[in-house]
Design a protein around this ligand. Structure first.
Ligand code: AKB
Length: 314
């Protein structure tokens, strides 16, 4: 069967790279990208529709026009920006998801991808090798919206027989599109600043370990999960995905191996520190490994090398 994909939130950090991978897999004309604003450029034959996911009528017209067999909903407000605009974050993250799920039920679109995050965990969740199932008490509005979203995904899968798949992404590191408004963004900024200025002031403290992942692995995981046989998937809320865990000191040491003059300093009192302190330091992803054979490719050293090479060449 030919798949037709609608990717909502395609201008963002993950969306822009997932779009490339989906077009390569399904064909350029079978992937319709969409975001609230036009993208900077559009390749030959690429189809884009400007849509606000909160506009349910416009979303319905988009789905009726393109008749997708799969919808990827990546439009969201991340953790740090969410704390500045909690009600907007809740509105976008929850009502965007509800609009998509309800339209999928109404129009008979079965397969949906929706991203969750390590932000679903909170101060009372185990910090090291955080398991799939444990106490979850997120205290950022982003984390609260993601946890509520996970419950909706499982509910809609069971009640309306949708085939919803989801990953709890760690912080994603990439060089093509900058992340927007997350707590893990320092691990991307460090590379841009290391090359531009030879130094970087981290807004997270030296020993704050967080789970992270290179974009290539994140995109590969997403497609692998979407390709997995439905009967293999035990998790219909969202899968833990471990990635690589490191502290600002550890990533600075890796950058220094390639750029020996690089200097790192640390600021105090950034509000993102409290969010990071409430999140896991590392994740246990045994369900992803068992259910859809997930395996990570990039470690801290290979990721750092690849990031710096690509940023230098581009
Ligand atoms: C953020 O920092 O808000 C995101 C995330 C971990 O979901 N990168």
């Amino acid at each position: 069967m030919t798949e037709t994909i609608v990717l909502l939130g395609s201008n963002g950090q993950i969306g822009s790279e997932l779009a490339v991978a989906l077009r390569a897999k399904f064909g350029v004309s079978n992937v319709i990208t969409s975001d609230i604003r036009e993208p900077k450029n559009l390749g030959e034959g690429e189809i884009f529709e400007a849509i606000n996911v909160l506009d349910k009528e416009a979303l319905k017209l988009l789905f009726e026009k393109h008749k997708p067999t799969q919808v990827y909903l990546l439009a969201a407000m991340l953790s740090a920006t969410g704390e500045q605009y909690p009600l907007k974050a809740w509105d976008l993250n929850m009502n965007g998801l509800l609009n998509v799920l309800n339209l999928c039920v109404e129009l008979g679109i079965k397969k949906v991808f929706w991203p969750s995050s390590i932000a679903v965990f909170g101060p009372h969740s185990p910090k090291v090798n955080t398991p799939q199932y444990c106490v979850m008490d997120p205290n950022s509005i982003y984390g609260i919206s993601k946890l509520a979203g996970e419950r909706l995904c499982e509910y809609y899968t069971e009640k309306y027989n949708l085939d919803i798949r989801s990953i709890r992404y760690p912080g994603i590191i990439s060089w093509k599109t900058a992340p927007g408004g997350g707590t893990t963004d320092y691990a991307v900024h460090i590379f841009f600043e290391a090359l531009a200025k030879g130094r970087y002031e981290s807004f997270l403290s030296e020993n704050t370990a967080l789970p992270m992942m290179y974009m290539d692995d994140a995109v590969r995981a997403t497609i692998q999960l979407m390709d997995a046989p439905a009967e293999k998937l035990r998790i219909r809320s969202s899968y833990n995905l471990a990635g690589i865990s490191f502290t600002p000191t550890e990533i600075a040491q890796e950058v220094k191996k390639i750029l020996p003059n690089f200097e790192m300093s640390y600021s105090q009192g950034d509000p993102r520190q409290a969010i990071a302190d409430s999140w896991p330091q590392s994740i246990d992803d045994e369900y992803a490994r068992e259910d859809w054979n997930w395996e990570i490719k990039y470690d801290l050293t290979t990721m750092t090398k690849d990031m710096i090479e690509n940023l230098k060449n581009n």
